[in-house]
Structures are given as C-alpha cells and as structure tokens.
Design a protein around this ligand. Structure first.
Ligand SMILES: [Zn+2]
Ligand SMILES: [Zn+2]
Length: 312
C-alpha cells in the first residue's frame, strides 16, 4: 500500500459497503456479490487541480464473448489471441464505470451506470450523494450509460444540469425513437431536455473539459478530453469495449458498435493520438480502475493499466 494515500482512498478502504437491494434479492448470486463488495468502487486520480474518480457501478461475467467481440474472426484466431493474453475464451468480465470530475466547485458525473444502485454506492465511497452532482454528462445513450438517470420514475441527480451530444440525442429521439433503446431515451432522457445543453466536437461544457467526436459505436458517441495544469486524460467512454479484443485488435467487430467500420476507424484515430501523445485514458468497460495508457503494438494497441502514475 502506498504511504500517501489520497484521503478518499483511505475512506474507500474502510467504508462499509451496503448490499445492493436488487442483488441481495437474488440468493444465487450471493457469492458473486460478496466478491464484488470486497472490491473498492472508487479510485481517484489527479489531473492538475482536478480530481478525477472512476466509479464502479457494477461488474458481471458474461458467457460466449465471441458473440460480442471478434465477430469477424475465426474461433481459432479468437482462441489464439485470448490465450496469448492470458484470458479465457468462454467468459468475459464486464465492468461499468462512470467517472466523476471534481473541478473547482463543480462535481461532474460522466454517465450513470445500469440503474441498479451501483452509482449511489460508488459515490458514497467518496462521501457524495447524487444531490451533490452539479452536472451529468451523457457520452451516448446505451442503457448501461443512461440507466442511472431515473429510478422508479424519479430523477436521481436532482440538482444537476445535463450535457450530451446533439447528434446522439437527435438520433435516439428521432430516427431511432421507435426502437427499444429509443423508447427508453424518450421516456427517461427527453423529460430532462429542459435542463440539458447539447454539444458538438470541440465544445467545452466547462473550461478544461472538451467534447471529442468519436462516432461509430453509436451515431453521436462522444469522448471528452479533461485537461488542467498541463495534464490531460481522455474519457473515452465506449471507444474500445475490451482491453484486448477491441483495443489490441481495433478492426475486430463488436456487436454493440452501430457502425462497425466507422467504429474501427474512430478507434484507430483516437487510440493512435493517445499513443503518440502518451495521454492516459479511461474506458467505461476497461477492467477497474478503468484507467491506463495506450501504446502501439503490431497492427493495434497495447493497454497499460495505471499503477501509481496519476496519484498526484
Ligand atoms: Zn455503448
Ligand atoms: Zn457501454
């Protein structure tokens, strides 16, 4: 353990973790829950004067990963790559990781999780409640990112202003309004539109936070560059959804990418920029604490998880 833990890490290590009601109701998952509860749900980093915290909303195993990743490669190639990277071929561990940026008086939450109470628990680890959040930024409108906005019909982040990409909002409330995903946006996001501002590539919802167009995963998927005091980290959202199967192999098709070709082009463009400029990133589905560096390797990229680089 480092000697100079940030105050919040000490709190996180000693905080009692309340059971999630949704999970406690399912005894079959008790063992999995016990393992999850032992895991810290918040990890803070310093970017200049900003405190950036990854918040683990939830994590679960998923079978048959090649039905999601590497859909356009043979089972043999999928197995070979997985083995070379010391991961199994028959399951994947999924992580869901919203991010809190504390900048001056602002407490800005990027994405909200699955809506099963995990984000409240993770915020609790850094001594915050949803009422403390001043801004909620939605990177894109898949259910695992907008799920925590509303619970049982009630808004969760009652004091927040909302920010999202114009193209993304228009897609889900327009062309895709009749899909299941669109219906959820119409029911749970659109009612918040009065307090929402809409951004495009290069817009800054606040100084030090800049929207970066990362279309492909969804039609209006946005990443955000977070920058203060000469330091930067890219909040990459769902740019690459697995640290091997999509980050190391950017052209492997991912079930969740709406436009698979555009998603691959975007991955190569942005990951290439991160690698050449040595800028760290956070990925919503990267293994917790979901932050790391990107290097080039062969025809793709290598994920280097953070250790102590961003401790401040
Ligand atoms: Zn997504
Ligand atoms: Zn996602």
């Amino acid at each position: 353990m480092p000697l100079h833990l940030p105050r919040r890490s000490v709190l996180a290590a000693t905080a009692a973790l309340p059971l999630l009601p949704a999970m406690a109701a399912r005894p079959a998952r008790a063992d999995a829950h016990a393992a999850a509860a032992a895991m810290p749900r918040a990890r803070s980093f310093s970017i200049g004067s900003f405190t950036v915290t990854t918040l683990l909303d939830g994590s679960s195993p998923r079978e048959d990963p090649q039905s999601i990743f590497g859909m356009n490669v043979s089972p043999e190639e999928f197995a070979e790559v997985s083995e070379a990277n010391f991961i199994p071929t028959d399951m994947a561990q999924f992580y869901f990781t919203p991010v809190l940026v504390e900048a001056g008086e602002d407490k800005i939450l990027f994405d909200t999780g699955l809506g099963q109470g995990g984000i409240q628990t993770a915020l609790g680890e850094v001594g915050l409640t949803p009422e403390d959040i001043t801004h909620v930024v939605i990177t894109h409108m898949h259910g695992d990112h907008i799920g925590g906005l509303v619970q049982d019909g009630a808004e969760i982040f009652t004091n927040a202003a909302y920010v999202t990409g114009q193209v993304e909002y228009d897609h889900w409330t327009g062309a895709a309004a009749d899909t299941d995903g669109g219906q959820r946006v119409v029911n749970e996001v659109a009612p918040l539109a009065e307090r929402m501002s809409f951004v495009a590539d290069g817009d800054s919802p606040r100084s030090g936070i800049t929207a970066v167009e990362a279309f492909g995963h969804t039609p209006g998927h946005m990443a955000y560059m977070i920058e203060d005091g000469g330091e930067q980290i890219l909040l990459a959202a769902d740019l690459a959804n697995h640290y091997v199967w999509s980050l190391a192999y950017p052209d492997w098709e991912v079930l969740f990418d709406a436009d698979k070709e555009a998603a691959a082009v975007t991955r190569r463009r942005i990951l290439g920029m991160l690698a050449s400029d040595r800028i760290p990133m956070m990925g919503y589905h990267m293994p917790f604490p979901a932050a790391g560096f990107v290097d080039t390797r062969e025809d793709g990229f290598r994920w280097v998880p953070v250790s102590y680089q961003l401790n401040g």
